[in-house]
Design a protein around this ligand. Structure first.
Ligand code: AMP
Ligand code: MG
Length: 420
């Protein structure tokens, strides 16, 4: 009896024919540009939208020097270098929105509240809890330096300064930033429209009798939600059987309604891989055999001029390929530029021997000590592991032996813009 052939004997040797992840990403990055038109929206509607132009400050913020605390304002020079102050408390008060119109004389102080404009003659504020006011005088320990507790005019922004760059995906903080410098309307990119299609004869839809043979379509709600979380408008193309004409008419609809099409399933070169065959027929098709696990293959092509990201059918592979390839590509098309997720180096809480030739993404989460633990199985059909995980551990293309405590690269889902 001959020896049994090793399982992976038909796998290509590393480096031959398989595109490394970084090379694939470089190609996408070089090719994809913004495809969305611009529109103007109210500032309050701006969260998650992509700036189409840089924003410049319409005015200086804060417009005047003001107090950072409740206390007493005075001229630093009144202390004459002493460690304590004993100043005349003048009549009147400076409060936010109610400036004191007089001048604070040398040797005197005035009651001041947070946000009040610094009155003429005063440059420093002492905290009310550090001061004692009685009989028309205020006594206190001197603050540490001149200008203490006073905010300078323009310390946040000067009129005309760029406060937010083009391509910025606006955060809640950015809305505050823009509002504070007098901006009311935002020039933004229209939302990218993304069509989502599932393919496979085995797919059944929610509500189908669970006793039916078949696989419930898990990819479509997942991919739709992933794209929606990036701020895109979703066009649902449904699920199509493995039949060329059905898939072709769904792609026609997607190309008419969307800027990009995400499909899952049928992307390999098997008999029933119609997606890949259709895109090849339409020209311009590249089946990327990317050296990634889970993942291969990824079919990239154009349908009526609209880019199609043909993701693998396995839900875990579809999820990972969306995050690694489709997300940055769609971001570039949406005008946000090419964005890398923020990665963290953390200790491994697992052990693994990795062969060379493929980059690997493991479903992971941080344990109580901040170390990355990985899901019990690497099976790419195990959707439970996706739910279980909070991020991915990215292992480099080369061979690697990981022991507990070794540093690994952890990409939390939140740094892809998804997650609780
Ligand atoms: P394929 O890429 O079409 O060869 O599919 C690979 C595996 O993923 C098969 O086991 C499919 O049944 C499964 N699969 C494909 N599409 C979906 C889907 N929409 N939801 C859940 N599983 C799917
Ligand atoms: Mg299939």
């Amino acid at each position: 009896m001959p020896d049994r052939l090793p399982d992976d004997c038909f796998a290509l040797p590393p480096g031959v024919d398989w595109t490394p992840v970084d090379e694939a990403l470089d190609l996408l990055r070089a090719k994809l540009t913004c495809v969305t038109a611009t529109e103007t929206i109210a500032l309050a509607e701006g969260a998650g939208r992509v700036l189409a132009e840089p924003l410049t400050a319409q005015r200086t913020n804060p417009p005047h020097a003001n107090s950072a605390i409740d206390g007493y304002a005075f001229a630093w020079s009144s202390l004459a270098g002493g460690e304590t102050g004993d100043l005349i408390l003048i009549e009147g008060r400076a409060a936010a929105g109610h400036a004191f119109t007089g001048t604070v004389p040398e040797g005197a102080a005035i009651r001041i509240l947070t946000g009040a404009e610094m009155p003429d003659g005063a440059d420093t504020v002492v905290l009310q809890e550090d001061a004692e006011a009685s009989d028309g005088r205020v006594r206190f320990r001197a603050p540490r330096k001149q200008g203490a507790n006073a905010r300078k005019a323009g310390e946040d922004a000067e009129t005309g300064a760029e406060v937010l760059p083009v391509g910025r995906v606006l955060t809640p903080a950015d809305l505050a930033r823009a509002a504070a410098v007098g901006i009311t309307d935002l020039p933004v990119r229209k939302r990218l429209r993304v069509a989502v299609l599932s393919t496979g004869d085995e797919l059944i839809q929610p509500g189908a009798d669970p006793a039916m043979p078949g696989i419930f379509d898990a990819n479509r709600p997942m991919l739709s939600a992933l794209a929606a979380a990036q701020g895109y408008e979703i066009a649902d193309l449904g699920a199509m059987p493995d039949a060329a004409n059905a898939i072709a008419s769904a792609l026609d609809r997607g190309a008419a309604e969307a800027d990009a099409i995400l499909t899952s399933g049928g992307a390999s070169s098997g008999d029933e891989d119609h997606l890949s065959r259709l895109l090849t027929g339409a020209g311009d098709m590249v089946t990327w055999r990317i050296a990634v696990k889970p993942g291969r293959p990824l079919a990239l092509g154009f349908w009526n001029g609209v880019p199609v990201f043909g993701l693998p059918g396995n839900p875990v592979a579809a999820f990972v390929c969306f995050l690694v390839f489709a997300r940055p590509a769609l971001g570039a098309m949406a005008g946000a530029g090419w964005r890398e997720p923020q990665a963290f180096t953390v200790p491994a809480a697992f052990e693994k021997s990795k062969k060379p030739g493929r980059r690997e993404y493991l479903r992971a989460r941080l344990d109580g000590n901040g170390a990355a633990e990985v899901f019990r199985s690497e099976g790419s059909g195990l959707i439970g592991g996706l739910s279980w995980s909070d991020g991915l551990v990215e292992l480099p293309d080369g061979a690697l032996d990981i022991r507990p405590g070794d540093p690994v690269r952890y990409l939390p889902y939140t740094s892809f813009g998804i997650g609780p």
